[in-house]
Design a protein around this ligand. Structure first.
Ligand SMILES: [Zn+2]
Length: 459
């Protein structure tokens, strides 16, 4: 009895030892890299566009090491193996190049499926390792976008505007814009019929050269460029030297400096003039550029713009592009400079300011050197800006009819006497108002170009 009991006690002890050993080794096994259970990671989206002439990369990784990688391409009917790799030195990451098979594969299908299978070096799953499979739909697009410049204004003047109409077609068009030598991208607007686009262009006054190309990019990344050939007319602008009188510095300048008390409190009167005429001007111009950069993307059939005459009997007292130097006490002592990016019109005090074209009010507020400032959008990225007003009669969002009074002239902001500062903007760029105030220029460069384009399209 006692003998039997002794045996079973020993058997029990052996069992415990065995169980502990199994547990220990089992635990070791599960937590050892040799038996890990993490699948390899295949980094690819569910879908992408593909120009089959350009291979692309798929990144693979595994925490212990990759053993095998296989990839297939299928067009629904046939399936070809495009990669079959076994690694002698298992890498933790690998970049698989996906190339279109040169032979043995129908080339005319526009949808393919890529399957990537990766296995790691783990001994899990009876030494087979952990298996990962991922599939991706490939939309084949080997066709570059088609671009064709239909018509443009004859030329463009430095500081001025122009118009271009072109055709852009692609099955999967993604981006369309006009690229320039000065970094600005102009956004076109759909025009008249499917595939046609219209765009206003501007040659900024501070750029010596102008060149523009239409760029079309499709979903695959296929890219086409077409040059817009415009006759370039350079133009020189006036330089003038103005005396900065003490009454100006201690009057208008000191008043405007109050707008920015923190930045101007330690400045001398002359430094304040430089601050207002340069730093503050840049800030006020930046606001105008921001407000006038938006272009709408609804299709347009016409752009019946008429010349702008904001004041009934306005006399031009300063022109666009004047390079103004301010001197203090003697002519050699130039203390500040700036470009005048609009024209000044003067008539009687608090005269009516008219919008000659319909539009929508996009800004009606105080804006530093421009004082009470109203900005109207007329379509195609064309905006008009009215500064130094005494009263604004429209608020942001208000529609404006052609010939409507939108504000009254005044001397708010950096203005010495009652006058209107009138600026025209194309896609956020200050352009010569003289062109948009000239019926012959508008007809030759805008309206006729549009009419001729329609005739070419309908032909
Ligand atoms: Zn002005």
């Amino acid at each position: 009895m006692s003998q039997k009991k002794g045996i079973s006690a020993l058997g029990f002890l052996i069992l415990i030892i065995l169980a502990a050993a199994t547990g220990y080794f089992g635990y070791r096994t599960l937590n050892s890299p040799t038996f890990e259970t993490n699948k390899p990671i295949i980094s690819m989206p569910l879908e992408r566009y593909w120009n089959t002439h350009h291979p692309f990369d798929v990144n693979l990784s595994d925490d212990t090491g990759l053993k095998e990688v296989v990839a297939y391409l299928s067009n629904g009917k046939e399936r070809v193996k495009i990669a079959d790799l076994t690694f002698k030195k298992p890498p933790k990451s690998y970049t698989l190049k996906i190339k279109y098979p040169k032979i043995g594969f129908a080339t005319n299908s526009d949808q393919l499926q890529l399957t990537v299978v990766a296995r790691d070096i783990s001994k899990w799953h009876f030494f087979k390792g952990n298996n990962a499979v991922k599939k991706m739909r490939l939309r084949v697009d080997n066709q570059k976008p088609d671009l064709f410049s239909l018509i443009t204004s004859y030329g463009i003047t430095r500081g001025g505007s122009a118009l271009a109409i072109f055709k852009a077609t692609d099955q999967n068009l993604k981006e369309l814009y006009v690229e320039t030598n000065f970094g600005k991208r102009f956004e076109p607007t759909p025009f008249y019929k499917e595939g046609y686009y219209i765009v206003l262009l501007a040659w900024p006054i501070d750029q010596k050269r102008f060149s523009a190309k239409v760029v079309a990019v499709d979903e695959t990344g296929n890219r086409t460029k077409a040059r817009l050939s415009l006759f370039l007319k350079s133009r020189s602008y006036r330089t003038s030297y103005l005396q900065a009188k003490d009454c100006f510095i201690n009057g208008k300048i000191a008043d405007l400096a109050e707008d920015e008390p923190e930045k101007t409190k330690d400045l001398s009167p002359v430094e304040k003039l430089k601050f207002i005429n340069e730093t503050y001007r840049i800030q006020n111009d930046a606001l105008i550029k921001k407000v006038t950069s938006r272009v709408d993307h609804n299709r347009v059939d016409a752009f019946p713009i008429r010349p702008f005459y904001p004041l009934k009997n306005g006399k031009v007292v300063a022109s666009f592009g004047d390079h103004r130097y301010y001197w203090y006490q003697n002519k050699e002592n130039v203390i500040s400079e700036s470009y005048h990016l609009g024209i000044d019109l003067a008539s009687v005090r608090q005269d009516n300011i008219y919008s000659s074209n319909p539009g929508i009010t996009v800004f009606a507020n105080y804006n530093g050197i421009y004082g009470n400032n109203i900005i109207i959008y007329h379509g195609l990225g064309l905006y008009t800006v009215y500064g130094h007003c005494s009263t604004l009669l429209k608020k942001r969002g208000d529609l404006v009819k052609a010939g409507e009074v939108i504000a009254k002239t005044g001397a708010t902001g950096l203005a010495l006497g009652d006058h209107l500062h009138f600026s025209t903007m194309v896609h956020g760029i200050f352009v010569r108002p003289a062109e948009w105030m000239d019926s012959k220029w508008i007809q030759a460069n805008i309206t006729d170009v549009i009419e001729n384009a329609k005739k070419l399209i309908d032909k």
